[in-house]
Design a protein around this ligand. Structure first.
Ligand code: ACO
Length: 431
């Protein structure tokens, strides 16, 4: 008996092969359907569409499972750090100590941005959004190393490790430079001896007369934050990276497009929106109860930001880890943040509320991440930039899958046209 799916359209049956993933996920392969039947599948928002086969990340949204290259997120959160996890995501396996040292060295050696590139920052207004600057600068990286950005995937892959190290290392430097410029502060250059996260904090917060030294708690919290954001399979930004890469575009152009996709409040921009929501709840003297009612009725377009997820329908494992880390960090720093109390109240009230239960809406990764970033001293408009720094390894791994696939096709969905049917042109005098 065939394992194919049978689709009946009017009176005719079509046999569609099944694809099964390594965790038993199944898909109906509809690639040949249009040629056979003239019909396309329709799935606005792609909620039920597999756009690729990927070895990087596995999510089971019903059970709240997230694994990078097979490793459960809670184990990595406990015992790994961002640099090791970035290596795992990009190269497929945990590094040996030698591989880790080589990788860390290449990140350190690639930390500085080109001197001529620094002038580009000066052209932006002080209040320019750092996500706009980040995407422009990441795309520009290819101009300074054109041998890494040929838009010929075969050639770009020959230098892949160098390009990946540049992207991961410089995205952090670009972020710090844009922050310093926005504040009218002198640029702080990276220090080769510092680990990845400490180096970022140094570039953000040191000044020429006083060096910022990250405490182990802050360093650990930032590592955890970036690690938890490092990949999340075919979300809006990663799909964008793959879409752009599918045309043959280089790593920097593709990941810059991912940064743009991440910016919106329904995706990475939600971490900013959560803090804005918590602050406005606090300013209005609400404990969150009034806001929940408004979010349920959709009054004023309100949503409980940091809640809900297209894939997680039980809980987001990242939110559990980050919620705990958030409390530990605030305790260790002696910070009392009223937003944390409001967030806890919102969470417990929403989890008991039929509206959220019926729709399977749970806190997502953005719900507590903003409170962690605020405690570290990251300004609000940099929150989504932090997400982008964390997501860079995932975007790079996905770019590599597209670039390495010899049978890869350009991403080109179809549509159902709903505009006017054919009509004849009418000259201006007769209109
Ligand atoms: N608050 C209130 N109601 C919500 C929320 C929310 N946060 N999220 C979804 N709903 C409701 C919708 O109104 C809809 O209700 P209805 O069936 O009565 O019309 C139902 O739940 C389904 O919502 P959709 O928008 O169809 O779900 P979708 O999967 O398309 O959207 C999304 C997922 C965008 C994450 C959504 O839940 C949302 O807007 N959440 C708030 C923004 C946010 O936190 N984004 C970050 C996501 S994680 C990330 O990108 C890293």
């Amino acid at each position: 008996m065939s394992n194919d799916a049978i689709l009946k359209i009017k009176d005719k049956e079509y046999s569609l092969p099944m694809i099964v993933g390594s965790e038993g996920e199944t898909a109906v392969d509809a690639r040949k359907l249009r040629n056979q039947s003239g019909c396309i599948t329709y799935d606005e928002g792609y909620g039920n569409t597999g756009s690729c086969q990927s070895d990087v990340t596995y999510i089971d949204g019903e059970q709240g499972i997230l694994r990078y290259r097979g490793y459960p997120i809670d184990q990595l959160a406990l015992d790994s750090d961002f640099v090791e996890t970035a290596f795992l995501i990009i190269y497929g396996d945990l590094p040996t100590s030698e591989e880790r040292a080589v990788f860390a060295k290449s990140l350190n050696e690639n930390a500085s941005v080109h001197a001529r590139m620094l002038h580009l920052f000066e052209g932006y207004p002080r209040d320019a959004h750092p996500m706009a600057i980040l995407s422009a600068m990441v795309n520009s990286l290819g101009c300074y190393d054109p041998h890494l950005a040929t838009n010929d995937h075969k050639r770009d892959l020959e230098n892949f490790s160098e390009a990946a190290a540049i992207a991961i290392s410089k995205v952090r430097t670009i972020a710090a430079v844009s922050y310093r410029m926005s504040q009218g502060l002198p640029i702080i250059y990276p220090k080769i001896e510092l680990p990845y996260c400490d180096n970022f904090l140094h570039m953000m917060f040191s000044d020429p007369y006083r060096e910022y030294l990250a405490t182990p708690e802050v360093s650990r919290a930032l590592n955890l934050l970036l690690l938890l954001h490092a990949d999340h399979e075919q979300n809006c930004s990663t799909s964008t990276v793959r879409m752009v890469a599918s045309s043959g575009a280089n790593l920097f152009a593709s990941t810059a497009a991912g940064i743009c996709a991440l910016w919106g409040p329904l995706h990475g921009g939600a971490n900013m929106a959560v803090i804005q929501m918590l602050e406005s709840i606090h300013a209005e003297g609400d404990d969150g109860s009034r806001f929940i009612e408004a979010a349920k009725s959709g009054t004023g377009g309100k949503r409980l930001m940091g809640f809900g997820h297209r894939v997680y329908k039980n809980f987001d494992p990242r939110a559990k880890i980050i919620g705990k880390a958030c409390e530990e960090l605030l305790d260790s720093l002696g910070i009392e943040d009223p937003c944390l109390d409001i967030a806890r109240h919102l969470e417990s009230a929403a989890l008991k509320d039929d509206y959220f239960i019926e729709r399977k809406l749970y806190p997502n990764v953005d719900f507590y991440s903003g409170i962690v970033m605020r405690a570290i001293g990251i300004p609000l408009n940099m929150f989504t930039v932090m997400f982008a720094i964390g997501r860079m390894p995932g975007w790079i791994a996905n770019w590599k899958e597209v670039a390495s696939n010899p049978k890869g096709k350009i991403y080109r969905p179809r549509q159902i046209y709903t505009g006017p049917v054919k009509r004849d042109y009418v000259s201006m005098e007769k209109r």
